[in-house]
Design a binder for this molecule. Structure first.
Ligand SMILES: Nc1ncnc2c1ncn2[C@@H]1O[C@H](COP(=O)(O)OP(=O)(O)OP(=O)(O)O)[C@@H](O)[C@H]1O
Ligand SMILES: [Mg+2]
Length: 214
């Protein structure tokens, strides 16, 4: 069976695309025992590649490849034998971004719950909506709130603005936490570190995505 392709994309920089991609990949590999391939679209920055390269031999393997302009042509061959391909997107809208959306079964748009970030996500939302219009509704898409502050409500205007995009918003979200930062140098995910709330959050996010991508 062909691998399911999930693209984590937002053209705004620093919205936690890479952190989300690596941890969702780790959740699928570690918790759900799936064969997962990470694809790094950002060869210049290479964050997902560095993370995967630093990963110790004791951790569940998550291979990572850099793919660029030929992704549409090459992904079916490269993803053979994998259950899931998680694509870590780039902070730009280019033909490569469009291809990463075209080949996805599911697009996840991480957005920090501040008005600047929500405004900056506008073009990304439009790109996915335009694609869905010409394809009769594929790929599936979800907005994921990222780095929320625990025990605080998202400001009402930010919450209204997110809803204004009229796309599904995941119930689960990531919260501001050092757990996502601590293991990066060793290629670790929150699942390779002591159990904490971040694990539960990524598990809940992954479950919602699995449910959407049935
Ligand atoms: N939940 C979190 N809590 C605290 N820090 C976080 C969290 N998620 C990500 N970070 C940190 O925020 C920064 C941006 O995250 P990340 O590199 O994943 O974003 P990105 O969208 O991939 O960025 P780029 O657009 O440059 O590719 C990083 O320093 C990362 O360690
Ligand atoms: Mg990144």
């Amino acid at each position: 069976m062909a691998a399911r392709v999930w693209t984590i994309q937002n053209q705004k920089g620093g919205t936690t695309k890479t952190t989300t991609a690596t941890n969702i990949a780790a959740c699928l590999a570690t918790v759900h025992k799936k064969n997962v391939l990470l694809v790094d679209l950002d060869g210049t920055q290479g964050s997902a590649t560095d993370w995967a390269g630093a990963r110790s031999d004791d951790a569940v393997p998550i291979p990572c490849v850099i793919m660029r302009e030929t992704i549409k042509r090459d992904l079916p061959r490269i993803s053979a034998g994998y259950d899931y391909v998680i694509i870590d997107g780039i902070p730009q809208i280019t033909p490569l971004t469009s291809d990463a959306i075209k080949i996805a079964n599911l697009v996840v748009i991480p957005v920090q719950p501040s008005q600047y970030d929500i405004w900056a996500t506008r073009d990304m939302v439009q790109l996915v909506k335009d694609r869905r219009e010409v394809t009769d509704g594929t790929p599936n898409v979800a907005i994921m709130v990222a780095r929320a502050i625990r025990n605080t409500k998202i400001e009402k205007t930010a919450s209204d603005a997110l809803e204004g995009y009229e796309l599904p918003i995941l119930k689960a979200r990531t919260y501001q936490s050092v757990s996502y930062v601590n293991g990066i140098a060793q290629g670790l995910s929150v699942f390779d570190l002591p159990n904490d709330q971040a694990q539960d959050d990524i598990k809940a996010i992954t479950l919602e995505l699995l449910e959407m991508d049935k």
